[in-house]
Design a protein around this ligand. Structure first.
Ligand code: NAI
Length: 476
């Protein structure tokens, strides 16, 4: 088996944590039981690009139990948990000397070159063929296949311009090399893919853009916008892991501090609530009047970043947008202000601009925690080099909330793989009855007793006794 992880001897520790996580992931375990005999993913060759954590290990092994042949990478250079990666490679029935699990190409602290090498490796089976399904988080695997096919059709891979981010040049180099090694590879890969299921807000934006431009090459299920994903993982997951990231990175007392959360979408709402729960005075920035009004009605001060740049102690960006905290903002921050991002990509904070400030000094406190000292002697602390801090500095969301997200992922994979003809090229969300099913699978574990509608009540509000209980436009 081909794979590349940090240290296979961590597998035993990983396996113990997977065992504990399985208990906390009732949705995934129920799906395993439901489909144990039918194995609906038999024949599926799934390439996954999603943070290689303990929770993801339970997802991967669920896909395998349902019959899939899986290859995996992390979708971020800092988010891999090396013991999880090792345990997945060894597998439940293998040993360190005789691994029998899934090929994983991921370790904590990859370079960007290594990151794209890993993505390329996972998109290629040993027999030279590609996957027939992608499970993506942020859209990088989908991007590589689409750009590869596009440049093969155009007959050349362009050269990155000076204005392009450093990473773009690396992506283009990866495509140039792989097309030279095997011309036509990406076109064949794209043609072989039945569909992609996408995990996060940022990846979903990319998919809708491609669908709008007519460049999308295969159907996609937007898992993010299942209610049991974005209204749970993005909100309650970040409510847990934002503080975890801050604590493990700095252990600074949050109570009494001024914390700024940029963006009051699902992720921002969770972050703001968690910081307030720790006793911070939370200030929100927003561009959307609806979300700004929500923040105000939830009791937060809403203002611009420029207004509070010199008084805040902690900054968290949660917008999925770029250039939120600029270099000139960081120059004006308080001594030892903490700067962090929990959005998918690192372009929310202008790290390149920060590095270009004349005389600036970068001091590593520990991996993923850096003090940047300005020429005047004051400094700021940047977490995870501007990448998502909850996965870079801590271990991301806990199992129970990820069980909701990943149960949606598995159901979406089954949908696209087994009912391919029902999904012409486009972007879809899962039907509401499946969303409700995911929620239902998590109720018992929390001791929730659901009230049952009477037939008369159901008729009165115009729904079926068994659901779905809300119309598609209901917003929760
Ligand atoms: P969302 O779209 O619900 O919220 C983003 C909010 O930011 C919106 O309300 C938008 O109006 C606001 N915004 C946009 N530009 C802004 C600006 N210049 N200044 C202030 N506010 C601005 O998206 P969601 O679901 O909250 O996701 C945010 C990001 O977090 C995405 O990149 C997503 O992929 C990522 N994510 C990260 C997770 C993690 O564990 N780190 C988990 C889930 C999502």
């Amino acid at each position: 088996m081909d794979y590349k992880v940090a240290d296979l001897s961590l597998a035993e520790f990983g396996r113990k944590e997977i065992r504990l996580a399985e208990h906390e992931m009732p949705g995934l375990m129920a799906v395993r039981e439901e489909y144990a005999a039918a194995k609906p993913l038999r024949g599926a060759k799934i390439m996954g690009s999603l943070h290689m954590t303990i929770q993801t290990a339970v997802l991967i092994e669920t896909l395998v139990e349902l019959g899939a042949d899986v290859r995996w990478v992390s979708c971020n250079i800092f988010s891999t948990q090396d013991h999880a990666a090792a345990a997945v490679v060894v597998g439940p029935n293998g040993t360190v000397d005789d691994p029998k699990g899934v090929p994983v190409f991921a370790w904590k602290g990859e370079t960007l070159e290594e990151y794209w090498w890993c993505t390329d490796q996972a998109l290629q089976w040993p027999d030279g063929t590609g996957p027939n399904m992608i499970l993506d988080d942020g859209g990088d695997a989908t991007l590589l296949v689409h750009k590869g096919a596009e440049y093969e059709k155009a007959g050349a891979v362009p050269t990155a311009s000076e204005d392009d981010p450093e990473e773009w040049a690396i992506i283009l180099d990866t495509l140039r090399r792989t097309i030279a090694e095997k011309p036509g590879r990406w076109t064949a890969t794209a043609e072989g893919i039945k569909g992609v299921t996408e995990e996060t807000t940022t990846g979903v934006h990319r998919l809708y853009d491609m669908a709008k431009n007519g460049t999308l090459l295969f159907p996609a299920i937007n898992v993010n916008d299942s209610v049991t994903k974005s209204k749970f993982d993005n909100k309650y997951g970040c409510r847990h892991s934002v503080v975890d990231g801050l604590n493990r990175a700095t252990d600074v007392l949050i109570g009494g501090k001024v914390a700024v959360v940029c963006g009051y979408g699902d992720v921002g709402k969770g972050c703001a609530e968690a910081l307030r729960g720790q006793g911070a005075r939370v200030i929100v920035t927003e561009i959307d009047p609806i979300c700004a009004l929500q923040a105000a009605m939830d009791g937060y001060q809403v203002t611009t970043l420029d207004d509070v740049i010199g008084i805040a102690d902690i900054f968290v960006t949660a917008t999925g947008n770029k250039d939120i905290i600029r270099a000139d903002h960081m120059e004006r921050m308080k001594h030892q202000a903490i700067v962090s991002n929990i959005g998918h990509f690192d372009n929310e904070i202008d790290m390149a601009g920060l590095a270009r400030i004349p005389g600036i000094e970068k001091i590593e406190i520990k991996p993923q925690v850096h003090e940047w000292r300005f020429p005047d002697g004051h400094s700021i602390i940047v977490l995870a080099e501007g990448r998502l801090m909850n996965l870079g500095c801590a271990t991301g969301h806990p199992s129970f909330v990820m069980s909701n997200s990943f149960t949606n992922q598995v159901i979406a994979q089954i949908e696209l793989f087994t009912k391919t003809d029902d999904y012409p090229i486009g972007v879809y969300t899962l039907p509401k009855h499946l969303d409700e099913k995911v929620a239902r699978l998590h109720l018992d574990a929390l001791g929730v007793k659901l009230t049952k509608l009477t037939k008369e009540q159901a008729e009165y509000i115009g729904v079926d006794v068994e659901g779905p209980y809300k119309s598609d436009h209901y917003r929760y």
